[in-house]
Design a protein. Structure first.
Length: 104
């Protein structure tokens, strides 16, 4: 599902109080990291990640890598922090995605 402006605005507001739970460091981006990201999003639907100072990648490279290799959508980037959204596949975790669908 491609997010519209109103949906992104809602998700940004929901992510405001969140702290980053993943980071990109000197080990860079790989499939294992993406799998862990996907697993976290299956339970939370909305998370923040940050780029450490030692990371070789830029925010734009990380965003492109995530969006090209997964169904995860980058909702917002603030400095070195990215807000990510992916609807959960299990119904019991689909709180935010149901609210987002109502905004469509």
């Amino acid at each position: 599902m491609k997010l519209k402006g109103k949906q992104k605005r809602f998700l940004r507001a929901q992510a405001h109080h969140l702290n980053p739970i993943f980071s990109v460091g000197k080990n860079g981006l790989n499939q294992t990291w993406l799998a862990q990201l996907d697993g976290a999003l299956q339970k939370r639907e909305l998370i923040k990640i940050n780029l450490q100072q030692s990371a070789d990648e830029t925010v734009e490279e990380v965003q492109a890598y995530i969006e090209d290799n997964t169904p995860i959508q980058v909702v917002q980037t603030i400095g070195r922090v990215l807000v990510l959204f992916q609807p959960a596949s299990e119904e019991k975790y689909q709180d935010l995605s149901l609210q987002v669908k109502k905004l469509a």
